[in-house]
Ligand binder design. Structure first.
Ligand code: SF4
Ligand code: SF4
Length: 92
């Protein structure tokens, strides 16, 4: 059976660290962003646009690192989650 990306991500497990956001964005920078490229770039849909404003949630992040490259405006601050937290991959 072939799963699409949403179905695959739906099977992913997380140990969300509620005390530490491993990615943060600067709302002041995002307000002036000319393209919001992060919205298209993130495979887990952590970045969404709501009434023209960027909304971000780190909880579903699969730690691919794409947004750290996709954002050319200096808004994204990216770190790995603390040890044992974040996405849990079955095969490493
Ligand atoms: S690309 Fe960067 S500056 Fe633009 S909306 Fe996304 S995070 Fe914000
Ligand atoms: S690291 Fe990947 S999955 Fe996580 S927020 Fe950035 S683009 Fe999305």
């Amino acid at each position: 059976m072939i799963l699409d990306i949403k179905e695959r991500l739906g099977k992913t497990k997380y140990d969300v660290d509620k005390t530490y956001a491993h990615i943060t964005v600067d709302e002041n920078i995002c307000e002036k962003c000319p393209h919001h490229f992060c919205v298209m770039a993130c495979p887990a849909q952590c970045y969404t646009l709501q009434d023209g404003r960027l909304s971000f949630q780190y909880e579903d992040c699969v730690e691919c690192g794409t947004c750290s490259v996709a954002c050319d405006q200096g808004s994204v601050k990216w770190h790995y989650p603390k040890a044992g937290k974040g996405v849990i991959y079955k095969f490493g």
